[in-house]
Ligand binder design. Structure first.
Ligand SMILES: [Zn+2]
Length: 432
């Protein structure tokens, strides 16, 4: 079955395309992207999707999500999380290993991939734990997990305190040329803090997590990656000093990449006034100067990717006092809208840069297919309306997690259709 996506503004940075064009898909593959291609290639029988006024790009990939299955299905399941991804315009996500039990062995990796094949609306990639039970003591079954499909390793949620363990993990991962993803926060500094340490935390009288807790951890991890000549990826960078450390490390050839989240790129710690627990996240929302540094980091290539750190929780974990509320919130259904609103419509980034950050780079970092509309590529495609205004209403999320600091906010820009391997999995906001 052929599909023609007609007349859209095709943004395909990997192939230097940024113009109105048609895309022809046959079965699971892209046949071609061209102006006027349709007339000669389509001889009837093709489904036509009119993309006039819309942007068409390689499928968005979020390299940092928590799908919570197995064991934590009250928060999310592979099915619901993948539907949230499809609704948000993502054709692939990579899930973190902090499920119950932890994904620290090959059987767990295979199990998630198997379940994803049966239930998921989008491609699911698995990130294995770096250490057994993410306890930071002994390395997990890295080789076996990679053999069974793990694309990266991470103890996300925890900083690996033991430098020797982390360095050995980096060395081991480098044998498979996969990245180790670091949740970089020095716990002895961040400890009991539950927001950014600064003026607002002082006014509110709340214990803070200082930026230096992140910066010291990023500095250590960079030094270890440099020593081990291994690939390091810094998750959810939020501190200005961390951006500068990554910038300098890249200059001297360290194999470090980094991601930033839509919330750290668009909100400040002032969002915590009023103690809405939907603003509680690790690392915390920081002050405006940090946000500025993150955006500058995206613009000059210091930060490679945007990932939302989709972290759904059950209502009872968020509907409590700020101090004890769970960290993190749902992100897949607002990510693109927040980025377009905060960075495209404010003229900070071009569409080309956004597609690079949300599709091309994540595919490259994880070494997975995607990020390109080249002929012969798998037809993973996102169609979005950059100008559509909509009000976030988490009650209508596909995700089980309803907590988000963007609830009730007006965003400009929304996914219209998501195509995975040549099939529509979402059309006009509805997951099929
Ligand atoms: Zn994390």
């Amino acid at each position: 079955m052929k599909l023609l996506i007609k007349g859209g503004h095709v943004v395909d940075p990997a192939n230097g395309i940024d113009q109105i064009a048609d895309i022809v898909i046959d079965g699971q593959k892209i046949i071609g992207v061209d102006l006027g291609l349709s007339d000669q290639t389509i001889s009837g029988g093709a489904e036509i999707f009119d993309a006039t006024g819309l942007v068409v790009c390689p499928g968005l990939i979020d390299m940092h999500v928590h799908l919570r299955e197995p064991g934590l299905e009250a928060k999310e399941e592979i099915r619901t999380g993948s539907e949230a991804a499809a609704a948000g315009g993502f054709t692939a996500v990579a899930c973190m290993p902090n499920t119950k039990p932890i994904v620290d062995n090959s059987i767990m990796v295979s199990g998630i991939l198997e379940r994803a094949r049966r239930e998921a609306a989008v491609h699911i990639h698995v990130i294995g734990a770096l250490t057994k039970e993410q306890a930071g003591k002994e390395l997990a079954e890295i080789g076996d997990m990679v053999q069974n499909g793990a694309v990266a390793l991470s103890d996300d949620g925890h900083f690996v305190e033991d430098a020797r363990v982390f360095q050995t993990g980096l060395s081991y991962a480098s044998m498979f040329d996969i990245p180790v993803i670091s949740h970089a926060e020095e716990e002895s500094l961040a400890g009991e803090g539950c927001m950014h340490e600064g003026l607002v935390s002082t006014i509110l009288g709340v214990k803070g997590r200082p930026a230096v807790a992140e910066e010291i951890a990023v500095a250590r991890d960079i030094l270890l990656a440099e020593y081990a000549k291994a690939r390091l990826h810094i998750a959810h960078v939020s501190a200005a000093g961390a951006v500068e450390l990554i910038r300098q490390a890249k200059r001297r050839g360290v194999k470090v990449t980094a991601e930033a989240t839509p919330h750290h790129l668009s909100l400040t710690d002032e969002a915590v006034y009023g103690f809405n627990t939907a603003t509680k996240v690790n690392p915390p929302l920081r002050s405006a100067d940090h946000v500025r540094s993150l955006i500058d980091g995206l613009k000059d290539g210091t930060i490679d990717a945007i990932a939302c750190d989709h972290a759904p929780h059950a209502p009872e974990e968020k509907d409590v006092e700020y101090r004890i509320a769970a960290n993190g919130f749902t992100g897949l259904e607002t990510s693109l809208g927040v980025i377009l609103t905060a960075l495209y419509h404010s003229k900070e980034l071009t569409l080309n840069q956004i597609v690079q950050l949300m599709s091309v780079s994540p595919a490259a970092i994880l070494g997975v297919t995607g990020g390109s509309l080249a002929p012969g590529a798998t037809a993973d495609i996102t169609v979005f309306d950059p100008d559509k205004e909509w009000i976030v209403d988490s009650k209508h999320f596909y995700s089980k997690g309803k907590s988000t600091p963007f609830d009730g906010k007006t965003l400009k820009g929304k996914a219209v259709a998501t195509v995975v391997a040549g099939q529509f999995v979402m059309k006009n906001g509805e997951v099929l």
